[in-house]
Design a protein around this ligand. Structure first.
Ligand code: ADP
Ligand code: MG
Length: 330
């Protein structure tokens, strides 16, 4: 089986959010290396709006299956699911979630509607599409403003957290101008966990990871914003380490696993996923978001959870190839 590692052509260094965009190249490199070790014939193919060129490449190289690392198309996060739709149309087996799951989870507002309808807890919210903020209904504050369609904490940092209605009203038009449609979510102040899952046809829940905010000074909101994820010079980058809590109370551990597995099923995720949650003062788990096809960089949360479960990077890639083979059977 010859596998094409397909990735979105990233933004140039220095352009907006280039760090998160170029991270895909580290994933390509890591997957290529693992495939080399596994002796799997492979090549890397960039994906952009030039579909003709992409499909020519697939034909010319006699590609049998795709390792899908596309996180957007031409920097548009709303198109995160569209490469998968092309693979589906072309009849090419590919790793990770199908287009529907990717599209559903890219829209944080639709995701919340679905979570609520399924009886899963998610923070209360408002959606904002550029109207007069004074017409919005009430929401318990503090709240956090998030872009409806972004990922990787793009558009989320300390200034996203608002404590008063006046602050919210002032900021909404500014954020809207920069990021388009927004969500305003009730701020859940408690512990943050990321739960990864891996496996096909049924996923296994990997050990839950928690974010360590213990070194945050009181005046900083405990969030994993853009600086925490991507700016090596920022305080938050060095003070939001993930760890795998050894002594979670059994009830809490099983609730985290239950919620993560339910979210994986709800959004039709396939092969792998990472669910971000936070706990409120009553110990209830609120789902922040489902990440279909989470980042596969060697230092990313999904990879750390798989390693915690005893796999190395090559084992992970080998797992994906096994899932692919299971789906390519006639
Ligand atoms: N309702 C919320 N309450 C508290 N913190 C939040 C909330 N929503 C988001 N955050 C913080 O912002 C981070 C990024 O938000 P998330 O919804 O996971 O979007 P992204 O897709 O950008 O990762 C979270 O990891 C968390 O630290
Ligand atoms: Mg997240």
């Amino acid at each position: 089986m010859k596998i094409a590692i397909v990735y979105n052509r990233p933004a140039e260094t220095g352009s907006e959010n280039w760090q998160s965009s170029q991270d895909v190249l580290r994933q390509v490199e890591a997957v290529e290396q693992a495939m080399g070790e596994l002796g799997i014939p492979h090549l890397a193919l960039a994906f952009d709006r030039d579909l003709g060129k992409f499909l020519d490449g697939v034909r010319r190289e006699k590609v049998d299956a795709i390792f899908n690392l596309c996180e957007s198309v031409d920097e548009d996060a709303r198109l995160a699911g569209h490469p998968a739709a092309v693979f589906e149309l072309a009849g090419l087996p590919f790793t990770g979630s199908g287009s529907l799951a990717l599209m559903l989870t890219t829209d944080k507002l639709l995701s919340k509607h679905q979570l609520k309808a399924a009886g899963l807890l998610t923070p209360d919210y408002l959606s904002y599409g550029g109207e007069d903020p004074a017409t919005l209904s009430d929401l318990t504050l503090p709240a956090i403003i998030k872009p409806r369609f972004e990922d990787a904490s793009i558009g989320i940092d300390q200034e996203s957290v608002v404590r008063s209605r006046q602050e919210l009203f002032e900021k909404l038009p500014v954020f809207y101008h920069q990021y388009g449609p927004l969500l305003v979510e009730q701020f859940i102040a408690g512990r943050e966990f990321n739960i990864s899952l891996f496996g096909y046809p049924a996923p296994r829940v990997l050990p839950p990871a928690e974010i360590d905010f213990s070194t945050f000074p009181r005046e900083l909101h405990r969030i994993v914003g853009y600086r925490a994820k991507w700016d090596e010079n920022a305080f938050e980058y060095h003070n939001t380490n993930r760890f795998f809590p050894a002594n979670l109370p059994p009830d809490m551990a099983s609730e985290l696993r239950r919620v993560a597995a339910a979210v994986f099923d709800l959004f039709l995720l396939r092969d792998y996923g990472r669910i971000d949650v936070r706990m409120d003062e009553q110990g209830r788990i609120h789902v922040l978001e489902a990440n279909a096809n989470p980042c596969l960089s060697p230092d990313a949360g999904f990879v750390a959870a798989a390693e915690q479960d005893g796999m190395n990077y090559t084992d992970i890639v080998s797992g994906f190839v096994t899932f692919l083979s299971a789906r390519s059977q006639p």
